[in-house]
Ligand binder design. Structure first.
Ligand SMILES: [Zn+2]
Length: 152
């Protein structure tokens, strides 16, 4: 009997932008930039998300709250909606930047939304404004998940 341990790396200290490789830095900068345009007047919690697709494009989104609270969108949902609307279906890397000082990961709903467009190799990075806190595989972030292949 084999049981694999989900892939996740949680850093003891934040990895600052200047220590990131070029791809990670580009995604971090893009998410940090779009985070500034979040519409978060109710929570005042700003999140930015960047998605690198397998074609090499980067799409971004911020959280968009609504006075009717459940109608709000997480940053991941916004970025993935933009990506899919452009005809892209494969997220290679997803990165979030949020207002938390330490590690804060995507909510459960967003984990499933990422899963819809994940490949076997999709990586998810969780960052604060100061840098990278954790890196996950899709299975590490959402183990034994339900996905498109169950329906097709
Ligand atoms: Zn979410």
């Amino acid at each position: 009997m084999t049981q694999q341990i989900p892939d996740r790396t949680v850093y003891d200290q934040v990895v600052p932008p200047e220590q990131m490789d070029d791809v990670l830095r580009s995604l971090f900068d893009a998410a940090l930039d779009v985070q500034q345009r979040a519409h978060a007047p109710y929570s005042n919690y700003h999140v930015g998300c960047s998605v690198l697709t397998t074609s090499g494009q980067i799409y971004v989104g911020a959280n968009i709250e609504n006075s009717a609270y459940p109608q709000g969108l997480c940053a991941e949902a916004t970025a993935l909606a933009v990506m899919a609307s452009e005809g892209e279906r494969e997220a290679k890397v997803v990165l979030t930047v949020c207002d938390s000082e330490g590690l804060a990961t995507s909510c459960g709903g967003c984990r499933q939304k990422i899963r819809e467009f994940a490949t076997r190799d999709t990586i998810i990075h969780a960052c604060s404004k100061k840098g990278l806190w954790a890196t996950y595989t899709m299975d590490g972030l959402l183990p034994d998940s339900f996905g498109p292949e169950h329906l097709i």
